[in-house]
Ligand binder design. Structure first.
Ligand code: GUN
Length: 295
């Protein structure tokens, strides 16, 4: 079997076109321009490129975007004050503080300081809690993108064995939670594997849908999956630099070998990555609607 490629690039493009039209309509009919601020502390090259991509996409969709870059030695208080400033800025409907933050800053404290109604990342404990109980909230962007890709690829999730590798707050925990919710696109039997899992292969080999977010390049090989599995690779690992100075990326899944066994698989790049950014835009537009009393 050679897998169908689940293109995040194509799916993201389709959703972005819908969003662009929605932004134009919001502006024309209601004089509302969705606004996003991204805050980056430090000079991590991967974070710099993610934040730049988020702002570029916002701009392309007609979303007002502000990009704040602070030095790595910025104090926690200074960052908290900045978040507070944007909490009360009516032009801004979404606040994103890029993670990870430098070690001297308490990440939890900063995420908690963001107004939950502007938390377009879906990381505030209020939104995490709402998601857990299935209430309307901002869903975290990468897990939401993963769900969209699975659904739009026509994969049945109800009763499926879903195995998630990786237990981060950003991907593993929320995606596992979303897949087991009692609703369309959920209803799966979910296993969450992590670094202390005793027999990883036992689990990955039983998966109907395998979601990998471990941050280890090419970790999952063909002999660890079953024939016909649907594979969602969340990993974005920089494994080198091309002659032209561009980062060479690899996923957490050994794409070349696994694609010969899988029914469907996401590539890296061009899989989950573009979906994450698109879901951020979707949340920002949703937030603008809510703030204008239109949702
Ligand atoms: N770092 C890696 N992924 C993300 C994300 O989705 N949002 C934020 N804020 N930081 C990240």
């Amino acid at each position: 079997m050679t897998a169908k490629i689940i293109s995040g690039t194509e799916t993201a493009k389709a959703i972005r076109e819908e969003l662009k039209a929605e932004v134009e309509e919001l502006k024309a009919k209601h004089n509302v321009v969705p606004g996003l601020v991204t805050i980056l502390v430090g000079e991590d090259p991967a974070s710099q490129s993610y934040v730049a991509a988020k702002n570029k996409t916002a701009h392309a969709l007609g979303i007002h975007s502000e990009q704040i870059t602070l030095p790595a030695d910025t104090g926690e208080k200074e960052l908290l004050d900045l978040v507070e400033k944007y909490n009360s800025d009516p032009k801004i409907h979404g606040i994103l503080v890029q993670l990870p933050l430098p070690k001297h800053i308490d990440e939890g404290k900063v995420l908690f300081a963001i107004d939950p109604d502007k938390d377009v990342d879906g990381f505030h404990p209020v939104n995490v809690g709402k998601m857990m109980v299935g209430e309307q909230c901002f869903l975290p962007c990468t897990p939401h993108g993963v769900l969209e890709l699975i659904q739009r690829s026509g994969t049945e999730t109800s009763g499926a064995e879903v195995v998630v590798v990786g237990r981060s707050n950003i991907v593993g925990k929320p995606v596992a939670n979303l897949m087991l919710q009692k609703r369309e696109g959920g209803n799966a039997t979910v296993t969450l594997c992590h670094t202390r899992t005793k027999d990883m292969d036992f689990h990955t080999k039983r998966a109907d849908i395998l979601i990998v977010a471990a941050g280890v390049p090419n970790m999952i090989k063909a002999d660890q999956v079953k024939e016909g599995v649907v594979v969602i690779d969340v990993g974005v690992n920089r494994i080198g630099m091309s002659d032209s100075g561009k980062a060479i990326l690899a996923g957490d899944v050994d794409f070349e070998s696994v694609k010969e066994k899988a029914a469907a698989i996401t590539p890296v790049p061009g899989g989950v990555g573009p979906m994450t950014i698109t879901m951020l835009m979707k949340n920002t537009v949703q937030s603008a609607r809510q703030h204008a009393g239109l949702a």
